[in-house]
Design a binder for this molecule. Sequence first.
Ligand code: PEP
Ligand code: MG
Length: 893
Amino acid sequence: TKWVYDFSEGNKGQKDLLGGKGANLAEMTNLGLPVPPGFTITTDACRHYLEHGGTPEELAAQVTEHLTALEKAMGKTLGAAGDPLLVSVRSGAAASMPGMMETVLNVGLNDRSVQGLAAQSGSERFAWDSYRRLIQMFGKTVLGIDGELFDEAFDDVKREQGTESDLDLDAEHLQDVVARFDAIVREHTGADFPQDPREQMDMAINAVFDSWNSDRAIIYRRRERIPSDAGTAVNVCSMVFGNLGADSGTGVAFTRDPGSGAHGVYGDYLQNAQGEDVVAGIRNTVPLADLERIDRDAYDELMTTMARLESHYRDLCDIEFTIERNKLWMLQTRVGKRTAGAAFVIATQLVDEGLIDMDEAVRRVTGDQLAQLMFPRFVSGGEATKLTQGMNASPGAAVGRAVFSSEEAVAWAGRGEKVVLVRRETNPDDLSGMIAAEGVLTSRGGKTSHAAVVARGMGKTCVCGAEELQVNTKEKKFTAPDGTEVSEGDVISIDGSTGKVWLGEVPVEPSSVVRYFEGEIDPDSTDADGGADDLVRSVHRILTHADEVRRLDVRTNADTPEDSARARRFGARGIGLCRTEHMFLGDRRQLVEKLILADGDAERQAALDALEPLQKQDFLEIFEAMDGLPVTIRLLDPPLHEFLPDLTELSVRVALAEERGEPDEGNLRLLAAVRGMHESNPMLGLRGVRLGLVVPGLFAMQVRAIAEAACERKQAGGDPRPEIMIPLVGAVQELEAIREESGRVLAEVCEECGIDVRPLIGTMIEVPRAALTAGEIACSAEFFSFGTNDLTQMTWGFSRDDVEAAFFHQYLDKGIFGISPFESLDREGVGRLVQIAAEAGRSARPDLKLGICGEHGGDPDSVHFFHEVGLDYVSCSPFRVPVARLEAGRAAL
Ligand code: PEP
Ligand code: MG
C-alpha cells in the first residue's frame, strides 16, 4: 500500500485520501505556486493506526524514503547540527475541523541544531524562539503536559523582564525559557525532551493521529455530522519562518469578504510571528491591506496568487501564508467558509463572472443557509445602551445573559436560559459553550480568530475583537469603556452583522429575505427605498432557478387563512396538510364537549349541527387564500379527550366542591366522561380514522362542511380544490368505511347545491401496517400522504412528545444516531417503509398522488430522500417552504 504521497503527487480531488489540507497543498504545488516542499501521510494510515493501535508496517520505510527526497530537495538534513531542516507536522482531515486537531511546528530542533539554526539565520533570538515553541507545542500535544504550565513559565520570564510582549525578550531570555520548559518536560515525563529529530517527527505524527479522537474533535464531528471513522491525514512540510524579523510575518486571507461576498482585500497579518499566533488571536493583527505598505512585492505576489486560486477553484478561497525575509510562501488553501448571506451573493457573482452556471450556483448554497437568512435582525431604538463595537464576525442577532465560561454557558442553557458566551478569546475547548450559547463575544482576535471561524461555520452570531472591553473571566464580568460593568447573568445583545454590543435587550425586525418573500421588496428594483440589495437579488435568482429545475412540488402545512396566504407568498403550491383539530379549540371547545358528552343521537346531532357552519367558514377562507391550488384537509385526528379538561384537575375541582357540600352535576358528568375516555397510550388509542368509525356523524359533518364550502366558493366564482385526507389508517377496511360515508355526504351536498364537487379522497400513511399493506390501501385511496411524525414514532416505538427531551441527548452522545429521527428522516428504517409503500401504492394505482406532510418535509436531507423515492410533493410549515423549494431544486441537480 502507498501510505505516503509527495505534495507533487496529489491533487484537489483526493481529499478523502490526503485530507483537505494535503489535497490542496498538492493542487497548489502542481499549479506552480510557492508551497514549501513536503509530503502527506494518508488517512488510510490513520485509520490503520486507530484500528490496530499502531502504524502500518511499511509506513516507517515510506516516510524515510519521502524524507530523504525532501532533504535532497532542500539540501539539508532533518535536525542536522550545522544547518538543520525543520518540518511542521500538521493534521488535515477530509472535512474541515478548524483547530480541533493537533499541529507541531519546528520539528527537528534540539540542543545542537538550535545553534546551527542560529548560525544559518544569523539570529540567535529567532533560533531560541523557535526552539521554545517546539518544546511548548510538543510538550502539550505530544507529551500531554498541561499547556498552562508552559504559559505560566513563559509569563514568569516576561514578568521578570518587566514586559508583556514576547518581542521584548532577547536570545538569552528565550534560552532561559527553553531551560524552564525542559525542566517542565523532565518533571512531567521523567525524561528529557527527545533530542533525536526522527523520533520527534514520528512521535508528532502519532500524536496527530491520536488527536482525531480528542474530546473536542469528537464533539465537533458529532455536531457537524462528520463520520467518526474517517481519520486525518498528516502533512509533513518543510518549515518556513514568519518569525525571522520585521521582514517576515504570517497571515490569513480570503479572496473575497466571507461576511458579505464583496470583492476586496480581506485578512489579517501579523509581522514577525508564526501561524499559530494569528489563528489563536493571541496578538492583535493588522488588516491585510497594510501589507501593501509593509512589503509591496510580497503583497503584489499574494494578490496575484489569490486571483489565480479563485479562478482555479471557481470559488472563494481562504489561505494561510507566511513571508520569510520578503519571500511569500503558501501554507494552505481551501474553499473558504462563509456566512449564509455571502454564500448566496458569491454564487451569483461567480455566475456573472462566467465561472459557474446557475445549476452550480444552486448547488453552492443550502437550505440551512437560507433558513439562517430568514432570522430576524436588530432594529435601533429600545431601552438598550450601546457598550462598544467589535468586529462583525458572524451575522445574526443574539440576545442573552452574559456568561464567562464554556461550562457556565452549558449549565445556564441547560436551565433553559438564553446566553451569550463572553471570552477574551476562544479556543477549541470552548466549543461546547459556543454550541450552547446564542452568540459569542470576544475582546481579542480578528475575523479569522478561532471564535470567528467556528461561529461562522455553525451559523452562530459572533462579535470578536471588541478590544475596548476589559473581560475578566475569573470575576465573571466585563467592563465597557464608559465604566459600565456587566456581570454574569446580565442581558446583553450582540449584532454579528455590525459588531455592535449593547447592554439590555435590543428589539428585532424581520430579515430582508423574509420581506422579499412577503412581497415587500421587489427583487427587480434597485431603488434605495423598497428595492433589493445584492442578497435579495441573489436569493431571488437562485430560488427562481431551483423552481425551474425541481421535480418535487412544495406545499405547506397550514390551518388558518393567514398561514395559507403567507405560505403562498413564500411559494407554496397548495396545502398538503390542514389539521382540523386546531379549529376545535378556543370558544368551540364547549361545542366539542357537548358532542362528546351527548346523551343520545339527538343531542349529538345538535352538537354536530352547531359545529358544522363554523367548520365551513374555516374552509371557505382557506379555499379563498389557496384559490386554484389543492387544499388537503385532514379529518379530525387527535383523541377526543384532548378537548376535555385534565383528569387530575377536574377530580380536584369535583372533590373540593363536594367537600364544600355543593356538588356540581355538570362537573360530575364531565368527570365520568373524562374517566371513561382516559387512555394509557392515547397516541395509540382512539384517534384518527378510529374516531371517525366510533363517533357517529363526526367525519360526515366535516365532509359536509368541506363540500358546502367548496360549492359556495364555486358559486362565488372561485376555484376551490379540496382533497379529503383520512388519518391513521392501518387497514384498507377502515378507509373503505369512511369513503363510503363520505361519498354519500358528497353526493347529497352536490344534489342540494346543484354543483359538482368531487374532492380526491386519500389517506395518510403513518402506521407501519399501512405502509406494509399499501397495495391494498391504494385501491381505496386516490392519494397517500406520508405522516412521517407518527410513522417515525410507531416504527421506532419512540413517543414523539417525550423522547427528545427525555433521553435523546444521551442517544446522540453515544452516537446511536447523529440526529434525531424526528428531525431528519431515518432513511434505513422509516425511509424503507416510505419506499415500500410508494412502490406498492403506485403499482396498484399508477396515478396515485404521493406526498409527505410530517416535519421532515422541511428538512433538507429528508427532502433529497423524498425526491429520490419519487414522491410528488413535500409539505412543510410556511417558513420552511423556501428551504424546501431550494432543496428540491438541489436534489434534482
Ligand atoms: C404526521 O404524523 O406526520 C402528521 C403529519 O400528522 P400529525 O403530526 O398531525 O400527527
Ligand atoms: Mg400523524
